[in-house]
Design a protein around this ligand. Structure first.
Ligand SMILES: [Zn+2]
Length: 57
């Protein structure tokens, strides 16, 4: 479990808001893990932080 550089996705492909409307910064986030590597974009994308990432710290 570790923090990683923030990433988000701009893909609408099959991703619910928990995945798409936020940015992730934890490598153990179950939502972030669902995002395919090729759908990941570096940075926060000006989106709020994922609740699951927040919970994981
Ligand atoms: Zn997350």
């Amino acid at each position: 479990m570790a923090k990683v550089a923030p990433y988000h996705t701009t893909s609408n492909e099959n991703y619910p808001p928990t995945h798409r409307d936020v940015h992730h910064d934890h490598d153990d986030c179950k939502y972030g893990k669902d995002i395919k590597p090729w759908h990941r974009v570096s940075g926060t994308g000006n989106k709020p932080r994922c609740k699951e990432c927040e919970r994981l710290g």
